[in-house]
Each structure stands twice: as structure tokens, then as C-alpha cells.
Design a protein around this ligand. Sequence first.
Ligand code: CUA
Length: 333
Amino acid sequence: MSTDVPGPAAESFTLLAQSASSTASHTDVLFIAMLLICGLMAIALAVLICWFSFRYREGAHADRTHPPSHANGLEAAWTIAPMLVFIGIFTWAAHDYAEGRRVPPEALPVYVVAKQWMWRLQHGNGRQEINELHVPLDRPVVLVLASQDVIHSFFVPAFRMKQDVMPGRYTRLWFTANKLGEYRILCSEYCGSQHSAMLGRVIVMREAEYARWLNSGPMPAGEPTPAQLGEGLYKRLACASCHEAPSSVHAPPLEGLYGKAVLLSDGTRVLADEDYLRESIVAPKQKTVAGQPSIMPSYQGQLSEEELQNLVAYLRSVSSQPATAAVSRSNAS
Ligand code: CUA
């Protein structure tokens, strides 16, 4: 089968929507298996009902002399067999779900900000796009999603993925696109009058084409990356005056923090991932670091979601951890 970009002519009727990610093939196999199991059961039950209705209809000459009162073997079988089938389906689905949540450390990060009524996406090198997402073929990509206003939901039917995009926190979604072409992005959470127009498309390109695309277009070379913009903010907000060595405040150092486990004053440990860093900037009282006075001021309302993402990108860049390592492992040591 050709792997060229399918035009509208290639869209024909199929039972399942087109599938273009590794997750989609797993989800489809599970879906078809459940459909087959349920379908076969429904057919078997319907046939038995019809057969018994016919066999024991009024006036039929069926043998009714020794009706069985119970059949232990049969009862045990119809209890145990469905139970095993359900446990099997649960294990299978839970495995696929867990795989879908475990972001590979080498995944390319793309930052997404949803707002009424558009998607703004930014790649690691600073290249931005609106309502379009260019991704390379067969490479894992992780989206770090934030909303500037209400709850949206990032939905790509061809990838069988959907993730709510929340104000006030980051959510993540990863996928490996395995088929060239263009696929729809929808918003699947009602978010106001233009909700249904909040559309976009994913463009899956060959690796080399993607590399060319990434370094061309509206972002001229030399334009600052999110991490560089974040560094500017870090300086402008004078974060170093508390967080770096000569400070008398001795606030926790931020270099190398991303991806590490942090001991909190309530004795629990959290991973310093994107969401933790963001929360610590806008709501520092939510999780206070053990042994530290809670004196960090909140930057709630002073920074836009874009600025927060840039700041978090900067903090990640001064850490040795690969991007989104925090999500993929639980190194709470
Ligand atoms: Cu955004 Cu619906």
C-alpha cells in the first residue's frame, strides 16, 4: 500500500475511522475483539432463545417427563467462563492504557496552548503554528497541553487519542504517528459558541521533510527558543535573587531540579515534572518543600500560559534529564 499523503479521493467507507498511530492499531484490535465476543454471545443467545421457544411451544411433543432441577457443572461453567473473559479484557485494556500513559523519554516535546477558539502549538526550537501540528513519521511525540481559559479537549480521531486541556495545570499526551498524511484535530469539550469551529490538522511528514519544515517558515533562524524566552523571564523576574547560591534566602536551587524527586514538608515525595514546576510558580503554597520556609510569592495572574511554558522549558533545559523524563519514570529515590 502506498504511503503517500492520501487526498480526499482516498477517503472511502470503512467500518473503522482511518488509523494512523501505534495506539490506534492497539485500540482497534481491542475494540474488534470485544465486538466479536459480544456479537458471538448475542448471536448464541438469540439462537438458543429461538430454538427453545420453538421446541417447547404449546402443543409440541417434547419430552417433559424428567425436567432437570439443577446442573452444577453448567452453572459453574457459565459463571467462570465469562469471569475469565472479563478479567482477560480488563488486563488487556489496562495494559494498553498504561502503555499509552508511559511517555518514552526520547519523545519530541510540543507545547500546546488552547484558548477560545484555537490551538497554538510550539516546537522545541521555537517554531510556532496555529491549528496545525507537523510531526515526523515513526517518532514518538509528546504534547504538553495547557489552557488559557476554559476546559478544552485535544482529540485526534485517527490516532484514537483524546486528552482534556485544563486551565491551571498541564496534561500530557503522546503518540507515534505511523502513516503519512493529514488528520483532523477536534476540540471535544464544549468550550463556548465557537467550540465546533475549534478545528485543526496533524500533518505527518517524513523525518527529513519534517527537519526541513522545522527550520524554515515564519520562524527565522536566530529567533529565541521557548527555553531562551524562559531564561529572559527568569532574569526579569529575578528568580536568581532567591534561588541561586549567594542569596541569603537559600531557596531551593532550580538547576537540575526537573525530573528529580522532591521531599515535601508533609513527608511525601513528588516528581519535579512540568506540572509541579508550574504549580510551584503560580501556587507555591500548594506543595512546600521540606525544611523550607513557605515564602515564595505566587505569580498567579502575572504570567500568561505561554510565559509559564517558556519558564518551565528553561528550567527543563538547565536539567540533565531528557525531556519529560519525569513522566516516564518514577525515580522517587
Ligand atoms: Cu475548545 Cu471545545
